[in-house]
Write a protein that binds this ligand. Sequence first.
Ligand SMILES: [Zn+2]
Length: 196
Amino acid sequence: MEVTGIDDERDFYRAFTDQIRQARESLWLWAPWVANRLRSLLPELRDAVARGVRVTVFIRDDTDKLQRQDNNQSLIADLRAVVHTVVPMYVMHQKIAVIDERTVMLGSLNVLSQHDTREVMLTMRGSYFARKLLEHEHAEVFARPPKCGRCKGTEIEIRRYKQRNWVWRCYATVCKTTAKGSSNAWTQDIRLPGSR
Ligand SMILES: [Zn+2]
């Protein structure tokens, strides 16, 4: 694995755009917040998808007060319309991009929402490391949420509990059948390869 770049918030987007344009097979993103920054990246993501690149994005769930804002909700809808898979994760905070299972961009920057903060991102090249990181983040498993076992819907997020570890959880409002709300949500343990 070789570090091929160190970028601040100004240089990162040129480097990132280059990477998206070079992508041939897959783009994985862990980008907690979706905000106005998405507007400039959406055409790049759309082109990548049109070229046959499989794009999967993990974002923070809607209980977050920034993510819940109407503007951001509408941008998330735009994102969902363009990319293959968007999976929300409760209190997600990783910031990662993995391109073609070979190039990793990792650091402090929220790629779909950065606005005016100071940041640093490393670009690293190496298939072994890229795949190791995808495995560490359970990318393949987490990108395939099941349908809700109660409402049969597809509004499924990921949470991590102290006792049960990783679970799928339905966040559809129609599915929460008691006035207590979230405590009654449908959940299912996520089975990870190699775990018991
Ligand atoms: Zn449900």
